[in-house]
Design a protein around this ligand. Structure first.
Ligand code: FAD
Length: 448
């Protein structure tokens, strides 16, 4: 039986970060990565822009080439190789590939199997031109379909971030876009104000958004589909389903590995699981939320890379490397609108049983007399008792999104609103007004 000092299951953001970091630290250890898909180390986050044609070739989405891992980094890469079972006692992994099932031994193990897109239980959702978008093969299938058939009308089921990015991709390609969302609005993690701004942007760009809709079934209609709902019938040549994800951890059920009810592997700040020598990272794992102090499931590429890196370094013996956790920072682009959220908004805080106050402003992105100055919406949320900043949201153009990073830093540092109000942020008319929008929003909250 072949054995690796470090065996990694899953070869995308978390898995390849782990393998690369372990190799960086230890030239001698044997490292093997097993992925059930056709690609490794691809930027899933770039797929909407690849489908829109802004990124010409899928190879641009591959961060590091497979051959480079094998030849330059001396990491064995096995594609079409699915882990189907782990024996944590014997330290072996069963791998199913076109050649059959084979067992591999390991010294240290990193589980980085990520998540898969879900198909909701709707009659007809798994036939014809109905696509999921999660891995590179799925992204390539969508782009291939669009290039081959030149569809006139597309439909998206699900108004989360991926649904929003795909609506923009459709319009970039001149394809009519209908977006169906079961909830009362899109981008449900955001506050009401941000959701209103996003909806306005979608309507301005001629996206037919229908919220609060229940889909009854999907039928064939000519070469395309008819989606039958309680709000009428919507036809399209093709459909993208983006209604959520599920961790790829089914094969670990009924093992001694600790997981949440929804199948996320519970890890600590060293990416360690409850089993010694076994690490987990990325979209298959939990992460500590630094505001609530709870283990949470917030699958994002930013976290996958960091957790994977720590898993690899820990597995290679660098015990000092830790990833303390997240504050939940996230961006989405909706046409020219940049949106960001970090920490908790008022509704999140309420759900957490925290007393919080939120204040928002609409401020200028640059000095008001600069011709390119644009309006930016900024909202800050603070703990009512301590005045410590616990969240922020931004929306606008002209560099709006990156302003959120200041608030993320303030949350992480435990800053009070009064400190954020006078934080020494840079000023020059082409970059910012003399009071940066984040300073100005914090000032307004202090006055309140
Ligand atoms: C369209 C899109 C846009 C996104 N945009 C953003 C963004 O802007 N910002 C952001 O932070 N995040 C974004 N994300 C999320 C981000 O891509 C994920 O958080 C990230 O890819 C997670 O990396 P991962 O390595 O944990 O998991 P994955 O990327 O899911 O990789 C897991 C790998 O494991 C393999 N695998 C699964 N099960 C097995 C098994 N049993 N055996 C062997 N191999 C297995 C899979 O084939 C896969 O290659 C986006 C995702 C999508 C789909």
């Amino acid at each position: 039986m072949k054995s690796y000092d470090l065996l990694v299951i899953g070869g995308d953001a978390a898995g390849m970060s782990a393998a690369s970091q372990a190799r960086r630290i230890n030239e001698k250890m044997t490292i093997g990565v097993f992925d059930r898909g056709k690609h490794v180390s691809y930027a899933a986050c770039g797929m909407p822009y690849y489908i829109a044609g802004e990124i010409k070739d899928h190879s641009s989405l591959i961060a590091i080439d497979r051959d480079e891992f094998i030849e330059k980094r001396n990491i064995d890469i096995h594609n079409d190789a699915e882990a189907t079972a782990i024996d944590f006692g014997k330290k072996t992994v069963a791998i199913e590939s076109p050649e059959g099932i084979k067992e591999y031994g390991y010294g240290k193990l990193v589980i980085a199997t990520g998540a898969r897109a879900l198909r909701p239980p709707i009659t007809g959702v798994d036939s014809g031109n109905i696509f999921l978008l999660r891995n590179l093969s799925q992204g390539m299938a969508i782009r291939d379909y669009i290039e081959r058939t030149k569809p006139a009308q597309g439909l998206i089921i699900g108004g989360g971030f991926i649904g929003l990015e795909m609506a923009e991709a459709f319009k970039t390609l001149g394809i009519g876009a209908t977006l169906l969302e079961k909830m009362d609005s899109v981008a449900m993690t955001m506050s009401d104000e941000i959701r209103t701004i996003i909806l306005k942007k979608l309507l301005e760009n001629d996206v037919n958004v229908i919220t609060g809709v229940n889909i009854e079934k999907i039928e064939k209609s000519g070469a395309g589909h008819a989606v039958i709902t309680d709000r009428g019938k919507f036809t399209a040549d093709f459909i993208i389903v983006s209604t959520g994800i599920r961790t790829n951890t089914d094969f670990l059920k009924n093992t001694e590995l600790s997981m949440t009810e929804r199948g996320a592997i519970i890890v600590n700040e060293k990416s360690e699981t409850n089993i010694p020598g076994v690490f987990a990272a990325g979209d298959c794992a939990t992460v500590k939320h630094l505001v609530t102090g709870k283990d949470t499931y917030m699958p994002l590429g930013s976290t996958a890379n960091k957790q994977g890196r720590v898993a690899g370094l820990q597995a290679a013996g660098v015990k000092s490397e830790v990833f303390p956790g997240i504050v939940g920072s996230q961006f989405v682009k909706v046409f020219d609108l940049e949106v960001g959220k970090t920490g908790l908004n008022g509704r999140d805080a309420e759900l957490e049983g925290m007393e919080a106050v939120s204040t928002s402003t609409v401020w200028k992105s640059r000095a008001g007399y600069c011709p390119r100055a644009q309006k930016i919406f900024v909202s800050i949320t603070a703990d009512s008792k301590t005045s410590v900043v616990i969240g922020g949201e931004v929306a606008g153009t002209d560099g709006a999104a990156l302003r959120m990073n200041v608030i993320a830093t303030a949350i992480t540092a435990g800053m009070k609103v009064s400190e954020l109000a006078y934080l020494d942020l840079g000023y020059a008319p082409p970059f910012s007004p003399v009071w940066d929008p984040v300073n100005a929003t914090a000032q307004k909250m202090v006055k309140r």
